[in-house]
Design a protein around this ligand. Structure first.
Ligand SMILES: NC(=O)c1ccc[n+]([C@@H]2O[C@H](COP(=O)([O-])OP(=O)(O)OC[C@H]3O[C@@H](n4cnc5c(N)ncnc54)[C@H](OP(=O)(O)O)[C@@H]3O)[C@@H](O)[C@H]2O)c1
Length: 360
């Protein structure tokens, strides 16, 4: 099979460098272009020595000429940039027949009002947004195959939506409510979730030996979780989702604990069996054996998401772990590219690199 050319826009950030790590070893991919405004002219391994001998591409600035060249040379372009960047370039790229995978938020929320409210920007290409596919393979695999633009999901929403999917699927085919109205998602992320830039609260002396909540009054991922569970999954699912994220003093990893209260009809079901059945054919979702609890180290640098289910009378607790930079971002983006391009879905993602991660 011939190789495809890909570009990574924002190739010096945490998710961009994870993409380099994964795509450099992908048998069907050549990384032809990397952009960075601050590191233009420098070779990747000068900045990330662990990529010496793995990737020797030189960073380019994001000029119009470079973007035009990328449009002509590339089959797939990844945007690993802050929100607002991808939507400025995507219409031109898709006109050049390039497929776009945005790791940012520009194409995630279908409701323009919600996008404006949470991201403080007016959407510049609502027609492209309307056709974009939310790239969560476990729910949209068929749509991803023919997408022009893929909105790679947010990290917290990936854990929340996949943690709730078996419950919602079961509710959809039930006559009576199985769970009570309130669902609580208590989530924790490592610091790399905030990106590779200088912020006071991310200083070592502020963050280490510390543990804090944020976004309690409202977080951008709440409408995305809501869209996932109500619009994409839940025809009969009206329950409200409450989401509180926390920052924990570790570099990478994410742990979401979802608390649900079962009705008498819900209590009568065997949720361990339901979760196992829903995910039995999913290559990157593991349902742990009854009584086994997940931890973030077990998914470090891997594209696997692990779920444990604990049922105790009317309490159903779903525990989900992933690496925020891999299944929560770059690994999922590669999984989406594999589906889009007709490669084996696990290609380039089957091996867990553990200690070889670029971001330690
Ligand atoms: N970190 C995570 O765990 C995670 C998980 C899921 C999704 N995401 C999303 O993925 C995207 C990237 O996240 P990240 O954590 O990798 O961010 P990051 O570490 O801050 O990196 C951002 C990258 O984008 C470039 N950039 C910044 N502003 C730009 C602009 N205006 N135009 C062009 N390039 C620009 C930066 O390089 P230069 O400034 O040198 O150009 C850098 O390479 C974000 O939208 C984020 O929300 C992140």
């Amino acid at each position: 099979m011939s190789k495809i050319n890909v570009a990574i826009i924002g190739g010096t950030g945490y998710t961009g460098v994870e993409l380099i790590r994964l795509l450099s070893r992908h048998p069907h991919v050549t990384i032809s272009h990397l952009t960075s405004r601050s590191e233009k002219g420098r070779v990747v391994s000068e900045i990330f020595p662990s990529l010496l001998g793995v990737c020797d591409v030189v960073y380019s600035d994001m000029t119009d000429d470079v973007m035009d060249e990328i449009g002509k040379a590339c089959d797939v372009v990844f945007f690993a940039t802050p929100h607002g960047v991808a939507m400025s370039h995507t219409p031109r790229l898709i006109a050049q027949r390039v497929k776009v995978i945005d790791l940012g938020a520009d194409f995630r929320l279908q409701d323009l009002g919600e996008f404006g409210k949470w991201y403080g920007l007016e959407h510049t290409c609502p027609d492209v947004l309307a056709e974009a596919v939310y790239g969560l393979p476990e729910i949209h695999r068929e749509k991803i195959k023919s997408a022009k633009v893929i909105a790679n999901p947010g990290c917290y929403p990936t854990t929340a939506i996949l943690g709730l999917k078996p419950v919602i699927d079961t509710q959809n085919s039930a006559d009576k409510p199985l769970i009570l109205p309130n669902i609580i998602i208590d989530a924790k992320s490592g610091v790399s979730g905030a990106g590779r830039n200088a912020k006071m609260n991310l200083l070592f002396s502020e963050l280490s030996d510390n543990f804090s909540a944020y976004g309690v009054a409202g977080h951008r991922h709440t409408p995305e979780i809501s869209q996932g569970v109500h619009a994409f999954l839940g025809s009969k699912f009206t329950q409200k989702v409450r989401f509180v994220p926390h920052l924990v003093p570790m570099i990478r990893g994410m742990f979401s604990t979802i608390h649900l209260t079962l009705t008498d009809d819900g209590k009568a079901l065997n949720w361990q069996e339901i979760f196992e059945k829903v995910y039995q054919n999913e290559p990157f979702v593991d349902v742990l054996a009854k009584g086994v609890l997940p931890d973030t180290r077990s998914v470090r640098a891997s594209n696997r998401l692990k779920i444990a289910v604990h049922q105790d009378d009317d309490a159903l607790t779903v525990l989900v772990v992933q690496d925020n930079l891999v299944k929560g971002a770059s690994g999922q983006a590669v999984q989406n590219m594999n589906i889009l391009c007709g490669f084996d879905e696990m290609c380039g993602l089957g091996v867990d690199f553990g200690g070889c991660a670029v971001v330690p």
